[in-house]
Design a binder for this molecule. Structure first.
Ligand code: AMP
Length: 186
């Protein structure tokens, strides 16, 4: 199963993503994790990305698209994968469509985790990561609204979008997620 996982920062995507990949036996592809690893290793990509990440802005599309194109070639992706935090712009979504069409492996589902904004702010403020400073949080929410939310319309038009309520305990939310994914099948 090939899934795109969309949701604002603080929606609980990371926690749900871990449960999804375990339950469905698929690879977890988090561009945020990849970038944090690149930043920690001080690679060229990591150094470039750091400037944007520290400001709560999106890293330029060309960097991200190259990163994910390479990752999708790894053998563990053959069993399926969950794209967590990618695509985040229409340009990224179009690039992904093109890559997958070339490989003959289209997406099965786009899962949206919905959480109201005041709740997001509360959760993010309690988290304490370096990019969780209030101004950076605000900027990340703005980036989500302006650049990522248009993807919901994009994927809804091709009938791939499934939206799940992200408010509740981890177990409650996961059972909604699993119900949505089981409908899609494998
Ligand atoms: P995340 O852990 O997914 O919230 O990502 C952390 C940060 O990495 C984001 O705030 C962006 O600066 C950057 N990032 C992660 N994924 C992407 C992406 N698909 N496009 C652009 N920037 C990204």
């Amino acid at each position: 199963m090939r899934i795109v996982f969309i949701g604002p920062p603080g929606a609980g995507k990371g926690t749900q993503a871990e449960r999804i990949v375990k339950t469905y036996g698929i690879a977890h592809l988090s561009t945020g994790d990849m970038l944090r690893a690149a930043r920690a290793a001080q690679t060229e990509i990591g150094k470039k990305a750091d400037v944007y990440m520290s400001a709560g802005q999106l890293v330029p599309d060309d960097i991200i698209i190259a990163l994910i194109a390479e990752r999708l070639q790894q053998p563990d992706c053959r069993a399926g994968y969950l794209l967590d935090g990618f695509p985040r712009t229409i340009a990224q979504a179009e690039a992904l469509d093109q890559m997958l069409a070339q490989q003959g492996t289209p997406l099965n589902c786009v899962l949206e985790l919905r959480v109201p904004e005041d709740e997001l702010f509360r959760r993010l403020a309690g988290r304490g990561r370096a990019d969780d400073d209030p101004e950076v949080i605000r900027q990340r929410l703005v980036a989500y609204r302006q650049q990522t939310e248009p993807l919901l319309e994009y994927y809804s038009r091709c009938g791939l979008l499934r939206s799940v309520d992200g408010v509740g305990s981890v177990d409650e939310v996961f059972s909604r997620v699993a119900a949505a994914l089981d409908q899609v099948g494998k």
